[in-house]
Design a protein around this ligand. Structure first.
Ligand code: PRP
Length: 190
C-alpha cells in the first residue's frame, strides 16, 4: 500500500497575506481610481481572488470562467478548452485575469487571446505562484506575480490534489510520508 501523502509548508499564510496586500497596492496605484474587472479562473483562483479583491482600493467587479487542458501527462498539454464562459461582456473594461498558478503558460496564453478578441479597454494578469522553469510559452509573462516556486506539486490556498486541499491556508508541497522528514515543517493531512 502506498504511503499516505503528507504536506510540507512551502509558503505560510502570513507571507501570502503580505504578498497579496503588496500586489493589491501595486494594482491600486497602477489603475489610480479606475474600476477593474477581475476574472477568476476556476477553480484554483477562487481563494486568491477573494483575498485580492478585498485588498484593492478600487471599484471592483468580478466574474469567473473555467477552462480545461486536454491530454495532460502530469499537468499540462497544448490544448486548452473553454468549459464555462463569462457571465457578461468585458468590452471597454479594465480586465485582470486572476490565476492561482502559472505553469506551462498555455492556459494564460489561451485566455489572453480569447479575452483580447472581446475588446476590453485593457487586459492584465495576476498570478499567485509562478513555476517559471516549466514554461512552454516563453512569451507569456504575468503582469503581477506573487511567488516564483520550484517545480514541485503544491496544494492549498486554492490549489488541489484530486479535489482535496484547496481550503488550506498555506501553500504546501505534497510529498510521501517517508520523505517528509522529522525536521520538516509538515502537517498531517486533515
Ligand atoms: C491550473 C491553474 C491554471 C493552469 C495553469 O488549473 O489554475 O489554470 O493550471 O497551467 P498551465 O500554465 O500549464 O496552462 P488546473 O487545471 O489545475 O485546474 P483547477 O484550477 O481547477 O485546479
Amino acid at each position: 500500500m502506498p504511503a499516505a501523502p503528507r504536506l510540507k509548508i512551502l509558503i505560510p499564510h502570513a507571507a501570502i497575506r503580505r504578498r497579496v496586500r503588496a500586489i493589491a497596492r501595486r494594482i491600486s496605484l497602477d489603475f489610480r481610481g479606475q474600476p477593474v474587472h477581475l476574472i477568476g479562473i476556476l477553480s484554483g483562483a477562487c481563494i486568491f481572488l477573494a483575498d485580492l479583491a478585498r485588498e484593492l482600493e478600487l471599484e471592483v467587479s468580478i466574474d469567473f470562467m473555467a477552462v480545461a487542458s486536454y491530454g495532460r501527462s502530469g499537468k499540462s498539454s497544448g490544448q486548452v478548452r473553454l468549459i464555462q464562459d463569462l457571465g457578461s461582456s468585458i468590452e471597454g473594461l479594465n480586465v485582470i485575469i486572476v490565476e492561482d498558478v502559472l505553469d506551462t503558460g498555455l492556459t494564460l496564453d489561451y485566455l489572453r487571446r480569447t479575452l483580447l478578441a472581446r475588446r476590453p479597454k485593457s487586459l492584465r494578469s495576476v498570478v499567485l505562484l509562478d513555476k517559471r522553469s516549466r514554461r512552454l510559452a516563453p512569451e507569456v509573462h504575468p503582469d503581477y506575480a506573487g511567488f516564483e516556486i520550484p517545480d514541485q506539486f503544491v496544494v492549498g490556498y486554492g490549489l488541489d490534489w484530486a479535489g482535496r486541499f484547496r481550503h488550506l491556508r498555506d501553500v504546501c508541497v505534497l510529498l510521501p510520508a517517508s520523505r517528509a522528514g522529522r525536521r520538516a515543517r509538515s502537517a498531517t493531512i486533515p
